[in-house]
Design a protein around this ligand. Structure first.
Ligand code: FES
Length: 82
């Protein structure tokens, strides 16, 4: 199980947390990995200037609308296939 924590703190919220969450939901469904991926909202991850901050395991990534798909393929599908 891969847990994706998307920051919904105020800075990240302004940078589009909810768009990132929606995109991730769509990607999770279209790749049929709903039973392998858990999507959660998180409070400020202390990385506000680089938002939208997304944490998997103990790593924080900067995700936005344009890189969300490559992030998903590399970091989420990559972990599932391990
Ligand atoms: S508000 Fe997202 S890291 Fe601070």
């Amino acid at each position: 199980m891969v847990t994706i924590n998307v920051c919904v703190g105020s800075a990240c919220h302004l940078k589009g947390s909810y768009k990132v969450i929606r995109e991730l939901q769509k990607l999770i469904e279209s790749y049929k990995v709903t039973d392998k991926v858990e999507l959660k909202g998180a409070f400020c991850l202390g990385n506000c200037t680089e938002g939208v901050s997304v944490k998997i395991d103990d790593k924080i990534y900067s995700v936005n609308e344009s890189n969300v798909e490559s992030f998903f393929k590399e970091q989420v599908l990559g972990r599932i296939q391990q």
